[in-house]
Design a binder for this molecule. Sequence first.
Ligand SMILES: [Cu+2]
Length: 209
Amino acid sequence: MLQSPSRLHGPLKSTNFRFPALIALALSAVALSACGAKEETLLGDFAENATASAAFYDTQGKVVGQIAFAEGPHGVMMRVDVKGLSQGWHGIHFHQKGDCSDGGAGFKASASHVDPADIAHGLMNPKGYEVGDLSNLYGGADGRATAEFFIANVALNPGEEAAASFGEGNILLDDDGFAVVIHEGPDDHQSQPIGGAGARVACAALVSR
Ligand SMILES: [Cu+2]
């Protein structure tokens, strides 16, 4: 038997039409905000799938970039996209505390480098290097730096497996988290205690959820 026109075009049908319209509106709002975030950084899908992420702040407290991490079996992958740097190379390190609240005072609250075994600073130092030591970052003529780093033998999140693989001291998201700090000049990877990298100009705080 054929359905009557009232069943096809009646109130039930028109009610069903309203919901998809509302959902479509909501989805387009989400899509717009996701698009906005993508335009602001060059981190790509990496940021959306990140194990941890944070904003970089300059010494005035302004957001100047983003950082994201992915945890892997041999260490962590990190992407950085930051603006407002002077042109040239900049030291970038893991500092001990996830606290970037005192930019005006030079980000002292982030403490010194992550260094559980109290080893000398410098990736090119024959005595070894700190867990917080990283390769330099280059700020272009427009003040922007975008890079990917792989840091071997560290984990983000605590856990038996991470502790067994890398040691407790090599877990970055401990109770007080950690900070990624960018310095005004390059790290020479040898000088003590920070490779002559100078003042702290940007900071991203990472704390465990
Ligand atoms: Cu540093």
